[in-house]
Design a protein around this ligand. Structure first.
Ligand SMILES: NC(=O)c1ccc[n+]([C@@H]2O[C@H](COP(=O)([O-])OP(=O)(O)OC[C@H]3O[C@@H](n4cnc5c(N)ncnc54)[C@H](O)[C@@H]3O)[C@@H](O)[C@H]2O)c1
Length: 457
């Protein structure tokens, strides 16, 4: 339940001087920061998957191709979905999972098993945090689908449980592993764009073909009950990595605004009957965020209008610019001539497709170089899902910090509540909580750890 009064729970907000302020509660005794956390290496990462619907059904398929990964347990409400996942393992030459759980409460027994290391969650949003917390409480690392949490209280529950139990909690933000995004991140980290001053990201995806697929209508139910950017992480995740959020900068203030629910209400009328429900979620929700260093982020959410699929993904730097949709484009100012030894640099237009492609090839991210061929073969949104799973298992197997930590999960998911509250107060600015509790500049940049780098240190 959203609290709209001046004073709510410990993790709620107050209104001070025309701003909604989320305080950062002190770290409870017995907890330690998870920044840079690495667990002991795990020889074979034994995995339990909960939720084998549209998204979860492909997890066993991908894991079957990953060295040091073993699917040990499967759980879904429906036994036939478990059998479908077992069949996909067998088809790829992997052994069947030894444990199966079904029904509403089967997931608890999976989390309580002694012979799994990682619980992988692909269930409706409403269940993510409850299951993730329970799994960590039972000694398991957690990988949880997006968004990891739907409220600030849930974000803190993930952070606090991870810090107390010393278990990883990674949100599975696959868009951070798409090829163009990885390459641009590499370019930013190599200084090609100068100082990045503004970034954009979005989830613009007409879900008309999908609404009927969600088990128990969970997605339409959530959207009809909530204003705000209910699915922000595909947009904000990759661009937060570009800005080095909680690796030298932090998101401080946000303002959200939405349109009326024109298409949304029409879809709800068609689905539930004319006037049967009031549909809350605006057709388009826009959010502006300012960081501590004075950078800005624009995030959009639109799942009901006929706009073609678009995650926006734009990087505006003092020396260069990149955008991904509708076509990939790069522009670099003449300052970059030194780096690129090229005479075709102007900030007035995009560089040629040929030059763009050669630059993208030259700056391909080392992780993409390492695994691209297999990722494209196995697939999953063109390969990014595979790279994400591969990296998760690689880091757990080698005892390295994960690419996305629990603070990323909390920061990116926090937009769900923060945007709703801003809109509920007439687009009032929201002072965002600091999930690192003041340690947002302890790390100096995002690093994808590898054994090679560590050996060379
Ligand atoms: N990262 C991505 O690109 C991406 C894409 C699609 C979906 N997702 C995320 O994946 C998650 C699942 O989405 P989906 O499209 O697969 O939905 P879905 O409705 O198709 O699947 C959800 C599954 O969870 C199961 N489930 C529900 N309650 C359960 C319980 N108590 N115990 C065990 N299983 C239970 C359902 O039976 C169903 O099979 C969501 O969080 C969604 O946001 C992410």
């Amino acid at each position: 339940m959203l609290g709209l009064c001046a004073c709510t729970t410990d993790y709620g907000y107050k209104i001070r001087s025309g701003r909604i302020v989320y305080d950062t509660p002190p770290r409870p005794a017995g907890q330690q920061s998870m920044l840079g956390f690495a667990c002991d290496p795990i020889d074979t990462v034994r995995i339990g998957v909960i939720g084998l619907g549209d998204r979860g059904k492909d997890v066993p398929k991908r894991m079957a191709f990953i060295e040091h990964a073993s699917i040990r347990a499967l759980c879904d409400l429906f036994p036939e979905r478990i059998e479908r996942a077992q069949a996909s393992l067998v088809k790829r030459g992997a052994p069947r999972a030894v444990h199966e759980f079904s029904g509403e409460e089967g997931w608890k027994a999976l989390c309580e098993l002694d012979d799994i290391d990682l619980v992988y969650l692909a269930v409706p949003w409403q269940l993510h945090t409850t299951m993730a917390v329970y799994a960590m409480e039972h000694g398991k690392h957690v990988a949880v689908e997006v968004p990891a949490a739907t409220s600030i209280a849930e974000c803190w529950a993930l952070v606090n449980t991870s810090e107390r139990t010393r278990r990883h909690c990674m949100m599975l933000e696959n868009c951070c592993y798409d090829f163009f995004e990885l390459t641009c991140l590499n370019m930013v980290q190599q200084g090609l764009f100068g100082d990045v001053v503004h970034v954009e990201g979005s989830y613009i995806h007409n879900l008309d073909p999908w609404w009927d697929n969600y088990q128990g209508d969970w997605r339409m139910t959530y959207n009809k009950d909530h204003h705000g950017d209910v699915y922000p992480t595909h947009g904000i995740g990759p661009v937060c990595q570009v800005l080095g959020i909680h690796r030298g900068d932090r998101m401080e203030e946000l303002v959200a605004m939405d349109t009326g629910a024109f298409s949304g209400q029409a879809k709800a009328d068609a689905r539930y009957g004319e006037g049967a429900v009031e549909y809350a979620n605006g057709d388009l929700t826009s959010t502006m965020i300012r960081t501590h260093k004075g950078k800005t982020i624009l995030v959009e959410h639109d799942v009901v209008t006929p706009r073609p699929y678009n995650r926006m993904y734009q990087i505006v730097g003092t020396k260069g610019y990149a955008n991904k949709y509708p076509t990939r484009g790069l522009a670099l100012g003449s300052d970059a001539a030194e780096i690129l030894s090229s005479d075709d640099l102007t900030a007035e237009k995009y560089m040629s497709d040929a030059k763009r492609d050669s630059l993208l090839a030259a700056f391909k991210h080392p992780i993409a170089k390492e695994i691209e061929a297999l990722a494209r073969k196995v697939g999953g949104h063109g390969g990014m899902d595979f790279i994400m799973d591969y990296r998760l298992i690689y880091c757990l197997h080698n005892g390295l910090p994960l690419d996305e930590d629990v603070y990323d999960a909390a920061e990116w998911s926090s937009l769900v509540e923060l945007t709703e509250v801003s809109i509920a107060h007439g687009s009032m600015p929201v002072v965002m909580p600091d999930f690192t509790r003041g340690e947002w500049d302890r790390l100096d940049s995002l690093k994808f750890y590898t054994c090679r780098q560590e050996a060379g240190r």
